[in-house]
Design a binder for this molecule. Structure first.
Ligand code: 0RA
Length: 636
């Protein structure tokens, strides 16, 4: 390793060791090797093209889900450089595809990524693909290079034919050695993510083609209105309170900002925020600045027009945001992502940038559209009145449930552990299931909260009304976190909240009602990854004296291939299972499978809940038909 010629080879070895490390511990780089990690590969590749678009050099991105299981992402940008880098003595293309974190800056300083959550680099995609092909159109030629398990088949890209245009095409086939669970991509997940990306990048055309079965399915996303179109889309199933979507953009020294907002007659708040195209679920400084300026501007406008009198107290942030749909997007030179899932923007300078900017621009809009603004203020005032009512109701809840003296719902069969980290609560639907669940549980760490019938649909009710509902009260009390602005995840009494409902239509409905309650009022539980859906089996089959439990139709079909003669019994409800069966299949931490509810795509979650729980019946029917026998849509 002393001669210079050798150190050149040594570099290549280091490179391969880097990718080997990715293959050995993939979850360090992509979080999980489940479906979420699998889809991460796509986001990684697409984000690189989006960066090229953000830099102003790319106007379209085409994604194809190929019949052979591969993914193709093609753009019309400048093409990844194939020129040699003096540092690696390799082409830039080979370097980015084989070097960890080469997604960062090259010596020329031309190659910068938005960083943050993604930006682990396309080399990670290469490492985790059994095969990857790069086709670069640049300088009048097409260059091609192919990789197997991250290793280049030829040392450098080869010129293969002339090209008129420029651009980059990456094709990859995820490795089944890494993605042992599944290598099947989900169309809806990809479509909604690409749509979101198109909203955030006004004018960028993104297409998705699915060639996997039968006739290719194709959609194109292109939004000239950007965030305004995003807000209109989010509100398409709601009643807007005013016609114009407020649209504000500003550029400062360190950042750019755009925000679009529109109030609706609904009671829910849907504020989505992004930093450098990354959905900041956990909020951060940009959201703080936005909320502060919004509350201040609305209060000042209300006072200046005499809608709030001197004696009236100020509208709170929650009052002002009731029924608000807003999308806030900032672009920051060096974003700092914090929080549990690295989706909270930390840059302190952004708080005052957003706040100052909106303190100037919001009042201008309110004055200009003062008729619409008055209607908004009236809505906020009625929210304030409802809040007062809610406060009384909540105090009632506290007293009735004896929360102050540590009392819990009568129906709750609590666990004996007082350590939330090891404690679980099963929210169980139906009278008949609660009995077996109680007998089956490990009472040291498992609590059972039975709920009866349909709980209130909180999507359609104000908080005050929701709190009058006994089932809702019990759930809130049992969780221990409080709700809304009082919510505090550190007070959670259980770090696993497991929804256990029958595998039928009613069960699905109740599960959705519960999810809506958690999503709207205790979202922090979902964000902290504490909410799960139990997966009781649908079938029991006996082969000789041995009993097998099968989760769903797919498992049954597979089982029948080996045992064509079996006669399965279908569980109609949880109540049909005896405690032993319920324990083995659904509750035993050693053997069960739980689906964790994830907040991957907040916009999609908004849409799902709005459609499932709102007033638009035809949309709901269509949605349920499309997702029949598929609980994945709950995996939001
Ligand atoms: C750095 C420099 C240049 C292009 C790119 C990066 C680039 C990267 C990707 C990744 C996917 N698509 C992409 N398109 C472009 C070009 C620099 C120059 O030509 O001067």
């Amino acid at each position: 390793m002393t001669a210079t010629r050798d150190s050149y080879e040594a570099k290549d070895i280091t490179v391969l060791e880097g990718l080997e490390a990715v293959r050995r511990r993939p979850s360090m780089y992509i979080g999980t090797t489940g479906p979420r990690g699998l889809h991460h590969l796509i986001w990684e590749v697409v984000d690189n093209s989006v960066d090229e678009a953000m830099a102003g050099f790319c106007s379209k991105i085409d994604l194809t889900l190929r019949a052979d299981g591969g993914v193709e992402v093609s753009d019309d940008g400048r093409g990844i450089p194939i020129e040699k880098l003096s540092k690696t003595k390799r082409s830039a293309l080979t370097t980015v595809l084989t070097t960890l974190h080469a997604g960062g800056k090259f010596e020329q300083g031309a190659y910068t990524v938005s960083g943050g959550l993604h930006g682990v680099g396309v080399s990670v995609v290469n490492a985790l693909s059994s095969r990857l092909e790069a086709e670069i159109r640049r300088g009048g030629n097409v260059y091609f290079q192919e990789f197997r398990d991250g290793k280049p088949k030829t040392k450098e890209p080869k010129k293969i034919r002339p090209a008129k245009k420029t651009g980059t095409t990456i094709r990859f086939w995820p490795s089944t050695e890494t993605f042992t669970e599944s290598v099947t991509f989900d169309y809806d997940t990809i479509a909604s993510r690409l749509r979101e990306t198109a909203f955030l990048n006004r004018g960028l055309r993104i297409t998705l083609t699915d060639e996997r079965d039968g006739e290719p399915r194709e959609v194109a996303f292109l939004y000239k209105g950007g965030l305004v179109d995003f807000v209109k889309h989010l509100n398409s199933k709601r009643d807007p309170l005013h016609a114009h979507v407020i649209d504000i953009a500003d550029i400062g020294g360190e950042a750019e900002l755009e925000v679009a907002l529109q109030w609706t007659t609904s009671y829910t708040e849907s504020v989505l925020s992004f930093a450098n195209n990354i959905n900041t679920h956990e909020g951060g400084t940009h959201e703080e600045g936005f909320r502060k300026a919004l509350t201040k501007s609305i209060n000042e406008f209300a006072r200046s027009k005499g809608l709030l009198k001197e004696k009236d107290s100020n509208l709170t942030g929650e009052d002002v945001r009731e029924g608000l749909t807003a999308v806030l997007s900032v672009r920051v030179k060096e974003p700092q992502f914090e929080g549990q899932t690295k989706t909270k923007l930390g840059n302190t300078e952004i708080r005052s940038f957003v706040e100052k900017s909106l303190n100037r621009r919001l009042p201008e809009w309110l004055e200009k559209y003062s008729t619409e603004a008055r209607r908004i203020v009236e809505k906020c005032i009625s929210a304030a009145k409802a809040r007062e009512a809610a406060r009384s109701a909540r105090e009632l809840t506290r007293r009735k449930s004896g929360l102050e003296s540590g009392g819990l719902p009568d129906k709750l069969a609590d666990c004996s552990s007082r350590d939330p980290a090891e404690s679980e609560v099963f929210i169980v639907e139906g009278k008949s299931a609660a009995g077996p669940a109680k007998s089956a549980r490990d009472s040291a760490i498992q609590a059972i909260l039975p709920i009866r019938g349909k709980i209130l649909n909180v999507e359609k009710a104000r908080l005050a009304k929701a709190l009058q509902n006994a089932e809702v009260q019990d759930i809130i009390t049992a969780m221990g976190t409080g709700i809304g602005e009082d919510f505090d995840v550190s007070k959670a009494r259980y770090h696993k909240v497991v929804i256990l409902t029958d595998a039928d239509v009613d069960g699905a409905h109740i599960r959705t009602l519960l999810m809506t309650l958690l999503f709207r009022h205790m979202r922090g539980l979902i964000e902290a990854g504490m909410v799960y859906i139990a997966q009781p089996p649908l079938y029991r089959v006996k082969v000789g004296s041995k009993v097998h439990y099968l989760k769903d139709e797919a498992e049954l079909t597979a089982f029948k291939q080996d045992h064509p003669k079996v006669k399965p019994t279908r569980f109609k409800g949880l109540g049909e299972m005896n405690p032993g069966e319920l324990w083995d299949t659904t509750m035993n931490p050693e053997t069960r499978t739980l689906l964790r509810v994830e907040m991957d795509d907040a916009a999609r979650a908004e849409e799902v809940f709005e459609v499932l729980m709102g007033d638009d019946v035809p949309s709901r029917k269509a949605f349920i038909q499309r997702n029949a026998d598929d609980v994945r849509f709950l995996d939001v």
